[in-house]
Design a protein around this ligand. Structure first.
Ligand code: NI
Length: 138
């Protein structure tokens, strides 16, 4: 069974690879490469997989999941300029894909081992653009 919790944060970013020339960045990312950055209202959907506990009927306590997401992701990301204020985006381009993977890493590091495991992270950069990450594939 899968259960999902959705949280939101606002952050700015520039799609800019510091290893590339400004011309190359502009060719790759267009206006999004402007180093002054621009903002998004992101939404993240965190899905856990597991069987409901026979006593509680829950795969995972969703109040607890909310507090884990808030501490590991929302507090460090909300109202930040990702490229300047959130590791590793000083050296990793904060595309939707890379931000989704970083959110996965942060959650995996703090979610307790148990009956539920992290199944996916879906990150919406806009309503009609999102990335899904399922962890490293073997
Ligand atoms: Ni953007």
């Amino acid at each position: 069974m899968l259960i999902t919790r959705r949280e939101e944060f606002s952050a700015s970013h520039a799609c800019l690879n510091p290893a590339l020339t400004p011309e190359r960045n502009r060719a790759l990312y267009g206006e999004d490469s402007n180093p002054n950055g621009h903002g998004h209202n992101y939404a993240v959907e965190v899905t856990l997989e597991g069987e409901p506990d026979p006593v509680s009927g829950m795969v995972f306590d969703l109040k607890h999941l909310k507090s884990v997401i808030r501490q590991a992701v929302i507090e460090p990301f909300d109202h930040r300029f990702l490229n300047l204020e959130v590791q590793p985006f000083d050296r990793v381009v904060p595309t939707t894909e890379n931000v989704a993977r970083e959110i996965w890493r942060r959650l995996e590091a703090v979610l307790p081992a148990g009956r539920a495991r992290l199944f996916s992270v879906r990150l919406y950069e806009t309503e009609d653009l999102f990335a899904d990450y399922f962890g490293e594939r073997p």
